[in-house]
Design a binder for this molecule. Sequence first.
Ligand SMILES: Cc1cc2nc3c(=O)[nH]c(=O)nc-3n(C[C@H](O)[C@H](O)[C@H](O)COP(=O)(O)OP(=O)(O)OC[C@H]3O[C@@H](n4cnc5c(N)ncnc54)[C@H](O)[C@@H]3O)c2cc1C
Length: 299
Amino acid sequence: MNAPYDCLVIGGGPAGLTAAIYLARFRRRLALIDAEESRARMIPLSHNFPAWPEGISGVELLSRLKQHAQRYGVTAIPMTVEHLAANTDGHFTARARDLEIHAKTVLLATGTVDIEPPLPNPQGATRDGYLRYCPVCDAYEVIDRRVAVIGWNDRAVREALFLRTFTAALTLLTLGHEPGFSDPNRENAARAGIAIVAEPIHRIGFEQAQVTSLYGANGKIYRFDAIYAALGCRNRCDLAVALGAEHDAEGGLKVNAHMQTTVPGLYAAGDVVSALNQISVATGQAAIAATAIHNRLRD
Ligand SMILES: Cc1cc2nc3c(=O)[nH]c(=O)nc-3n(C[C@H](O)[C@H](O)[C@H](O)COP(=O)(O)OP(=O)(O)OC[C@H]3O[C@@H](n4cnc5c(N)ncnc54)[C@H](O)[C@@H]3O)c2cc1C
């Protein structure tokens, strides 16, 4: 068996790449495996990542992080880790196709996946900025615009109420689903002047650059400047859960102050952790996790 790596980083988004930079600069021997589906690649232009006053696209940010990691000799292996086992000696063994990797510690930075609304070409609409997922990220950009929120449960009402700080022109679209809003949330929505459209949408069209037209079943056309999907996420926490790591109801991994999961030696950072899904949080958590891993190995 080859000598184990000091750390295996699984996931090469902002969290995994930041951890890789830190670990390499701590002179640790590491492997980075990435399935190349970072949520960040969907960001048309982020305006809330500090030190980029003109904004930065997700693709550009990932490219800069990769260049930064390469400067210290780290290049991601483009594969998906399918299986992770905890060995009796406290180390880990990961399998990706026919590749087997042994590591003293593992940092899971596998992120989360947004549940897409049943509209045509949601990925293209996201990259073009018509469809959004994260009011914390970009509600500032829709001040006083006409905004729709897609969803049929209380999560959608909460997201619409969050957006009320930025615009009064808010509509909840249930796309024909029976609204499952609780009575208090329905009252909150009414009090905030949020309209509810429950009819199915048959077609979506874009006009005048940023205006999105949704064609209702009865021929009515609804026009919005931005549409947010509030259908939740699927956390990519399976590898950790299979080892018995604790998580919250939405699959967010529970970690301690050093970003260690409830499995000794298994750390986590970024969207896969139970916390605010933001680039700044992901990179901050990665810095904490990498430093904790280095200190653990030093001891
Ligand atoms: C449209 C959109 C706009 C956004 N705008 C902003 C913004 O303006 N500001 C902001 O702060 N945040 C924004 N975000 C959120 C931001 O993208 C995430 O918080 C950030 O990407 C989280 O980084 P991460 O490294 O945890 O996960 P990710 O970036 O998702 O990276 C996870 C990586 O792990 C890989 N992976 C998963 N499973 C495996 C496996 N088993 N084996 C190997 N690799 C695996 C994936 O392929 C992926 O490359 C936005 C998100 C979206 C969708």
